[in-house]
Design a protein around this ligand. Structure first.
Ligand code: FES
Length: 317
């Protein structure tokens, strides 16, 4: 994983819809930004302690990075601070783009589903698919039209593929999974991003309608994680140090208490920053990052939230 950081300046800010701010970023030194692919995100260093992940929302190949950020009333210091302090001309530090949510360009058809601000990665995907001449549908689900960011751009750019589903616009606009996923054809893929409850529903519905797990792709941007469970021992193999992870404590917190620091970012099991390799023992996966196959392999663990099924875990750290 790249740890490259980049100093950028906010070139544009547009406040769209209810609580959605759209920022255009360029490098402060004027050099080109690293290229990115559809589905990529960057870390934004809001303060030295607070780092959050945001999807890029513009067409791959654009000179700027564009972010769409919702002011979340439940903000833990992230989006609220961004809305208040990030103005045109503000300088900040970001990471190079990373992509845990890539498009499969071999798909016969791609069904993109964005819930609320989860439309942001779908925008880059829609641009990439359109540029490649691929078959796709773009579904945008929102509570109200007035809360929907990027709406004018979506209508302008993707009028042939766009399906709008706003709760305040009547039943005929509702997103009906059976209708969207009901005619599964081999080679079709689904991509979904949005609030975690919405995503669970869409992912489950797609699978019920016959989409194989490996053709249902998703990226959580925040999530409820149930990190409860009994105490267990963790051994940090590189130093041989051992520590008990108590009930209500995370592995990363227990390791920090004995001086072993793990790189952290979201602390919600969604970004993958804190992944460690497992040498021995069985993880109890609680995250929303690893795929089903990766979970079954049991050779990696997300240490900000996951626990152990075995009495002891030995980690390559
Ligand atoms: Fe993001 Fe653990 S810090 S998954």
């Amino acid at each position: 994983m790249s740890s490259e950081v980049i100093d950028v300046v906010i070139k544009t800010r547009e406040d769209q819809a209810e609580g959605v701010a759209v920022f255009g970023l360029s490098r402060t030194d004027g050099l080109p930004l690293p290229p990115f692919e559809a589905g990529a995100h960057i870390d934004v260093h809001i303060t030295p302690e607070i780092i959050r992940q945001y999807s890029l929302s513009n067409a791959p190949g654009d000179e700027q990075y564009r972010l769409g950020i919702l002011k979340d009333p439940q903000s833990r210091g992230g989006s609220e601070a961004i809305h208040e302090r990030f103005l045109v001309g503000s300088e900040l530090t970001i990471s190079a783009p990373r992509n845990h949510f890539p498009l499969d360009m071999e798909a016969t058809k791609s069904i993109l589903v964005g819930g609320g601000i989860g439309i942001t990665p779908m925008l880059t995907m829609a641009y990439a698919l359109k540029a490649a001449g691929k078959l796709f549908e773009l579904h945008y689900c929102c509570r109200t039209r007035s809360s929907a960011g990027f709406i004018d751009e979506l209508i302008c750019e993707f009028s042939d593929q766009l399906h709008l589903h706003f709760d305040d616009m009547g039943d005929e606009q509702r997103f009906i999974p059976e209708a969207v996923f009901g005619s599964y054809e081999a080679g079709s893929h689904v991509y979904v991003c949005g609030p975690s409850g919405f995503m669970d529903w869409v992912i489950g519905s797609a699978k019920e309608q016959g989409f194989p797990s490996e053709q249902v792709h998703f990226e959580y941007f925040n999530a409820e994680v149930d990190s409860s469970g009994a105490a267990f021992e963790v051994v940090a193999a590189q130093s041989g140090q051992s520590v008990m992870v108590e009930e209500g404590q995370s592995i990363s917190e227990a390791l920090a208490a004995i001086g072993i620091k793990v790189d952290m970012s979201c602390e919600q099991g969604v970004c993958g920053t804190c992944i460690c390799d497992v040498i021995e023992g069985t993880p109890d996966h609680k995250d929303h990052f690893l795929t089903e196959e990766e979970r079954e392999d049991n050779d990696q663990i997300v240490v900000c939230c996951s626990r152990a099924k075995s009495e002891k875990l030995v980690l390559d750290i």
